[in-house]
Ligand binder design. Structure first.
Ligand SMILES: [Mg+2]
Ligand SMILES: [Zn+2]
Length: 190
């Protein structure tokens, strides 16, 4: 005897108007920027990150990391080192119920591997994420700490937030300057 099982309709948990995305630079935004940060023993989540992401999550945002890792092109560390670091970061945030849904990594540097389309300020990583997750740039935000982050966000067409670390020159004007991630949700709510 055979049974025919009717396939259930799959309903996604997130309503379509909650498909808002927050693209995050990694070093200097989520973790302490030590310059070519790659050792797990150096992984330090910055103050207010967890709380800031939680507020954004409650506001309906989902998270993706877009990070330039030229240290790979320069052979300071390997792609695997970067992936392990990112996994550890993902794990630590998941313990706080914050889920990074994807990491996009540019392993290139123009002097070492030639030009590429992914290294910020190019928009390659943002476009890849856009295609994969059906992201609308105009509904999205990007948080970065360097001109290259802000420029990538502007070219792509999202709102940009710059964490002013004072570590890097700030010649490109972001939509908002902030001290830390906690401010992002507050600005969006006002
Ligand atoms: Mg950075
Ligand atoms: Zn690249």
């Amino acid at each position: 005897m055979s049974y025919r099982i009717k396939t259930k309709e799959i309903v996604t948990s997130a309503p379509i108007n909650k498909n808002r995305w927050c693209l995050l630079d990694r070093d200097g935004v989520l973790v302490k920027d030590r310059g070519h940060t790659h050792k797990i023993s150096d992984l330090e989540i910055l103050p207010n990150v967890t709380e800031g992401l939680r507020l954004l999550k409650d506001a309906g945002f989902r998270f993706i990391v877009v990070t330039n890792q030229a240290g790979i092109a320069k052979k300071y560390y390997t792609r695997e080192d970067a992936d392990l670091f990112n996994c550890e970061l993902q794990k630590r945030l998941a313990k706080e119920n914050i889920f990074i849904e994807a990491f996009y990594v540019c392993p290139h540097h123009p002097h070492h591997t030639g030009e590429c389309f992914c290294r910020k300020p190019n928009t390659g990583m943002l476009e890849q994420a856009q295609k994969k997750f059906f992201i609308k740039p105009a509904l999205s935000i990007l948080v970065g700490d360097k001109d290259s982050d802000i420029e990538a966000g502007k070219r792509w067409g999202c709102k940009t937030f710059r964490i002013a670390s004072g570590q890097y020159p700030a010649e490109i004007k972001a939509d908002y300057n902030i001290k830390n991630l906690l401010e992002v949700a507050n600005i969006l709510n006002r």
